[in-house]
Design a binder for this molecule. Structure first.
Ligand SMILES: O=C(O)CCC(=O)C(=O)O
Ligand SMILES: [Fe+2]
Length: 398
């Protein structure tokens, strides 16, 4: 992929892919370039060799203020909700324990809850999902250890295109605003084939750390792949699609993953952890650990997704919205930060099936439910994303 963006600069293309593959797809136009990690002021440059979070904390100690690049105008933030303001979020927490033993009626109830959640919120949460909790602890520890290494080491993994996918480490800026506000976060994009390169770059002399990082991430990817397949079947069933074989509906491999780190922030009410965005992929499985921060757009406001340490939040991406003929909604979501704790989240982006054309499933189209999108290829989608980042699906709507 893809030669279709020749009119645009290299960085714009990278920008686009960043959004798509890292799923900062609609509201966010994050620039992935050297610029991303280039600090703009003298003071910030001084801190470049520090750990990101420490650098920010130092700025705070010096100035008792958030650097300008991270301050968002109030009107851009919209109605704010603190990271611990959990109301009745209404997003179902679905217990998958013992699912195989359930009778058809009981299963149907679960399918209905999944479908209702995808239609209303675009999100649901799962517990007893079959992923060993030790695997979750291990990946959280690996992620923390990664983000704790000095910035100059992490920068060796600068985000760049690898084939048709962007991988590596970076801060994120949003081009949503002309002023290029920054998100109060750093992240590492990795997929299975590139895990070993990450660990050998970050810990060239330390084979124990290399092994620990590689093993924890590989183990996580393996477990999440299984969960991704299981959730694909559950979601298809919830849509009333019962193919003889699910093979042609199975996600494309490898999935992409992003480790996110949100350092504590002195003024969370004026900053954004991760800018509001839609995920572009099929669906995302997010582990947000025990520190909340994920918020989902509902009507004119935001709903905070309650963190359950052992749960995963699952959300529909743009491709699921299309494939489900708009039954599942790819909903705007964002991450907010807080004053006291580091937050580590892990997003596992399940890819859409490897079809020549993405289109609504014929099973979901009839006279009462007319087809909502024309078929399109992935490169066409990317082009549309570049032209219309806030509504990439618009081009394909019928
Ligand atoms: O960290 C979070 O809670 C949100 C992450 C997210 O939405 C993403 O990585 O696409
Ligand atoms: Fe997301």
């Amino acid at each position: 992929m893809t030669n279709t963006f020749t009119a645009d600069s290299h960085s714009a293309r990278i920008d686009l892919r960043f959004e798509v593959y890292l799923c900062l797809s609609v509201a966010a136009r994050a620039r992935v370039s050297r610029q991303v990690v280039d600090m703009t002021t003298e003071r910030e440059r001084d801190h470049k060799s520090e750990v990101f979070s420490k650098a920010l904390r130092d700025v705070i100690v010096t100035d008792n203020a958030v650097p300008d690049a991270y301050l968002w105008p109030k009107q851009e933030l919209g109605p704010m909700l603190g990271h611990e303001e959990f109301g009745e979020d209404g997003i179902p927490l679905i217990d998958l324990g013992g699912f195989e033993e359930l009778d058809n009626n009981q299963r149907r109830q679960i399918y209905d809850r999944i479908r209702g959640a995808c239609a209303t919120y675009g999100f649901f949460q799962v517990v007893n999902h079959g992923v060993d909790l030790r695997i979750l602890d291990r990946i959280q520890a690996a992620s923390k250890k990664f983000f704790d290494v000095p910035l100059e080491t992490k920068e060796k993994l600068e985000c760049k295109l690898e084939g048709d996918r962007l991988l590596g480490y970076g801060f994120y800026k949003s081009s949503k605003l002309k002023t290029q506000r920054r998100n109060w976060s750093e992240g590492l994009f990795v997929d299975k084939p590139h895990i070993a390169r990450v660990s050998s770059t970050v810990w060239p002399e330390d084979t124990d750390s290399q092994t620990e990082f590689s093993e924890s991430v590989e183990e996580y990817v393996g477990a999440l792949r299984e969960l991704g397949l299981r959730l694909t079947r559950l979601i298809l069933n919830s849509l009333g699609v019962y193919p003889e074989t699910y093979d042609k509906y199975m996600p494309k491999e490898p999935a992409l993953m992003r480790l996110n780190h949100y350092p504590p922030c002195p003024d969370p009410s004026k900053t954004v952890g991760l800018v509001p965005h839609h995920d572009a992929n099929f669906f995302t499985i997010l582990h947000q650990g025990d520190v909340g921060g994920l918020q989902v757009k509902k009507d004119e406001g935001w709903v905070a997704v309650r963190p359950y340490p052992n749960a995963f939040a699952v959300n529909a991406g743009n491709m699921l919205q299309v494939i489900s003929n708009d039954i599942c909604k790819s909903v705007l979501h964002k991450a907010v930060v807080n004053q006291d704790s580091d937050r580590y989240s892990i997003a596992y982006f399940v890819q859409a099936p490897d079809w020549d054309h993405i289109a609504p499933l014929p099973e979901l189209v009839d006279a009462a439910h007319p087809v909502k999108y024309r078929p399109f290829t992935w490169p066409e989608y990317l082009e549309s994303q570049l032209a219309n980042p806030s509504n990439a699906l618009k081009n394909f709507e019928l």
